[in-house]
Design a protein. Sequence first.
Length: 213
Amino acid sequence: GDTGAVALALGLEASAFLSVLDLGKNSVGDEGAAALARALRTHGSLTTLRLGHNRIGDDGATALAGALLVNSLLSELELSCNLIGAAGAVALGRALETNFGLTMLSLDGNHIGDGGATALAGGLRSNATLLRLAMCENGIGEPGVAALHDCLVANRVLTELFLTRNPGMPYGSSVSDDVQDLLERNADRAANWDARRLVVLARCASETARARA
């Protein structure tokens, strides 16, 4: 519960080595999430925080979003199956505008709706690190899906987007064909970038070896 999460947050502030913290299915609410958010503002090693299947609402999500404004080390944030609505998603969307560390955000099974999806889409327009965003079963209709499609025209990083079981999606589909095309474009771009990076590294290694010979 919140009491345990607050205690763990205090310990987290003093820990310099913990990289993964999983508090899923622990009845953590807004108070516990806020305490963890405070710890994230100063903690220097945590890369993965899992808070799925808890009781975190908009206040807790907003606190965590505030931490993302100053924490660039956290790469995975799991918030599925909580009580997060549009207000919490708006805060997370604002955080995505400037955060340059998060690569995975899961919000499956919340209540963000079209307003929350549109806010997250706004954050994605300028985000340069998020690779995977999960928002299945969130009451997202056609306006929210359209906003996500439009943001992907500008976003060249996101490669995985999950929207299954939302009113704006065809039954059984994760994303529309147009959105899938944009995600595949980003995946191809990432693969090409990795290939070019490997070539550069190989050349550097070869030149170093010749210099030492």
